[in-house]
Design a protein around this ligand. Structure first.
Ligand SMILES: NC(=O)c1ccc[n+]([C@@H]2O[C@H](COP(=O)([O-])OP(=O)(O)OC[C@H]3O[C@@H](n4cnc5c(N)ncnc54)[C@H](O)[C@@H]3O)[C@@H](O)[C@H]2O)c1
Ligand SMILES: O=c1ccn([C@@H]2O[C@H](COP(=O)(O)OP(=O)(O)O[C@H]3O[C@H](CO)[C@H](O)[C@H](O)[C@H]3O)[C@@H](O)[C@H]2O)c(=O)[nH]1
Length: 324
C-alpha cells in the first residue's frame, strides 16, 4: 500500500515525503508545479506532474500504486492573494479538493489527511484557541479550507472515509538535515525576513502596529515543518489502527509577535534587518495561538519547539539557496 502526497513539490509536502521515506513508507508524489519545484521531491519517489482536479489521472494513480491513503497538501496558500482572487482560490482549494475526495471514495481510498489552517478561527475570542472554538474565517483562503473540512465530515459519515483534519498554525523552519526547506515563492514573515538578512531586499514591512497584542503587532504560533510532518505520521498510525477521525490543532501553544520574530532573526543571523511600519494587511487576524492538548494527548512529541531553532534551520536553508 502506498501513500499519495499531493502538493509534494511544495514546502510542507516535500518534508512529508522525507518523513514517509524515513519511516519506511511508500510515498507517491503529485503536483502540478504551479508553485512547487520538482527538485524538491526526494529522488526515487514516483512523481506525477498533474492536477488534483484531473479525475482520470487520480484514478489511474490510485490503481497503479495501490494507494490507500491520500495526504492532501496541494493548494494556493496566500491570505492576501485570496482576498484579491477569491474565485481562483475556491476553484483550486475547494472545488478541486471536492473532486479529489470523490475520486478517492469511488476508487476505494480508505484514509484522507487534510491540510487545514488556523486561519479558519478568524479573530477568535479566546487564546490559545481550542479545536471546538466557533469557526469564522476573516479571509477567503480560510473559507476555502473550512468548506473542505465540512465536505470531509459529511463524506466520512456517508461513505466511511477515515479522515484527519490538521489545522496548521504558522509553519516554518527546514529539514534539520538540510534535505529540504522553503523554496516555493512566499510572502511568509520568516522567509521575507531572511531575504532581508541576505541583502536580497532592503527592508521588511511590519503590517500593522495597533493590534490588541503585547507590542501591537500580530502574534502567531510558529511550528517547525518537521514536527508538523511528524504530526501527520501520528494521525496516519492512529487511523490505521482504527482510531476515530481527528480534528487537531498543530502548534506549540506559544505566540511570537512580528517584532519577536524580527528580533530572533537578527540574533540568529547577526544581520541588522531594517524594518518599517506599514498599514495592516487585509485578512490578518491579530493573534493565532494553538491550544494543543488534543494532539499532545495523541502522543505528539515535538523536537524543535523553539523559535531560534526554527529560524536557524530556515537560515541554513536560505543560505544554501542564495546565489553564490
Ligand atoms: N505554510 C503554512 O504556514 C501553512 C499553514 C496552514 C496550512 N497550510 C496548508 O498546507 C498545505 C501546503 O502548504 P505549503 O506551505 O507547502 O504550500 P506550497 O505552495 O509550498 O505547496 C503547495 C503545492 O501544491 C501545488 N499545487 C497547487 N495547486 C495544485 C493543484 N490544483 N494540483 C496539483 N498541485 C497543486 C503547488 O505547485 C505546490 O507545490 C496547503 O494546503 C496550505 O493551505 C500551510
Ligand atoms: O512581510 C511581512 C510578512 C508578514 N508579516 C506579518 O507576519 C504575520 C505572519 O504572516 P505570514 O504571511 O507569515 O503568515 P500568515 O499568518 O498570514 O499565514 C500563514 O499561516 C496561516 C495559519 O496561521 C495560514 O494557514 C497560511 O497558509 C499561512 O500563509 C502576519 O501578521 C503578517 O501581517 C509582516 O508584518 N510583514
Amino acid at each position: 500500500m502506498a501513500v499519495l502526497v499531493t502538493g509534494a513539490a511544495g514546502y510542507i509536502g516535500s518534508h512529508m515525503v522525507l518523513e514517509l521515506l524515513d519511516n519506511g513508507e511508500t510515498p507517491v508524489a503529485l503536483d502540478n508545479l504551479s508553485t512547487g519545484r520538482r527538485e524538491a521531491i526526494a529522488l526515487g519517489v514516483p512523481v506525477h506532474n498533474g492536477d488534483i482536479g484531473d479525475e482520470a489521472l487520480i484514478a489511474r494513480i490510485i490503481h497503479d500504486h495501490d494507494i490507500d491513503t491520500i495526504i492532501h497538501f496541494a493548494a494556493r496558500i496566500s491570505v492576501p492573494e485570496s482576498v484579491i482572487d477569491p474565485l481562483g482560490y475556491y476553484l483550486n482549494n475547494t472545488m478541486k479538493t471536492r473532486s479529489l475526495i470523490e475520486t478517492a471514495v469511488r476508487h476505494g481510498v480508505k484514509r484522507f489527511i487534510f491540510s487545514s489552517t488556523a486561519t479558519i478561527y478568524g479573530d477568535a475570542a479566546v487564546s490559545p484557541i481550542p479545536e471546538d472554538t466557533p469557526l469564522s474565517p476573516i479571509n477567503p483562503y480560510g473559507w476555502t479550507k473550512l468548506v473542505v473540512e465540512q465536505i470531509l465530515r459529511d463524506t466520512a459519515r456517508a461513505h466511511g472515509l477515515q479522515y484527519a483534519i490538521l489545522r496548521y498554525f504558522n509553519v516554518a523552519g527546514a529539514d534539520p538535515e538540510g534535505r529540504a526547506g522553503q523554496s516555493t515563492p512566499t510572502t511568509h514573515l520568516i522567509k521575507v525576513a531572511l531575504a532581508a538578512a541576505l541583502g536580497q531586499r532592503p527592508h521588511i514591512d511590519i503590517f500593522g502596529q495597533d493590534y490588541p497584542t503585547r507590542d501591537g503587532t500580530c502574534v502567531r504560533d510558529y511550528v517547525h515543518v518537521s514536527d508538523l510532518a511528524g504530526a501527520h505520521s501520528l494521525a496516519l498510525a492512529h487511523l490505521r489502527a482504527g482510531g476515530d477521525n481527528l480534528t487537531l490543532n498543530c502548534g506549540y501553544g506559544r505566540g511570537a509577535s512580528v517584532r519577536d520574530v524580527l528580533a530572533t532573526v537578527r540574533d540568529v543571523t547577526g544581520q541588522p534587518i531594517n524594518s518599517r511600519n506599514a498599514p495592516r494587511r487585509d485578512g490578518d487576524p491579530a493573534s493565532l495561538v494553538a491550544a494543543n492538548a488534543r494532539i499532545l494527548a495523541l502522543g505528539w512529541k515535538p523536537r524543535f519547539d523553539s523559535l531560534p531553532v526554527i529560524i536557524s534551520h530556515a537560515w541554513e536553508w536560505e543560505r544554501r539557496l542564495a546565489p553564490g
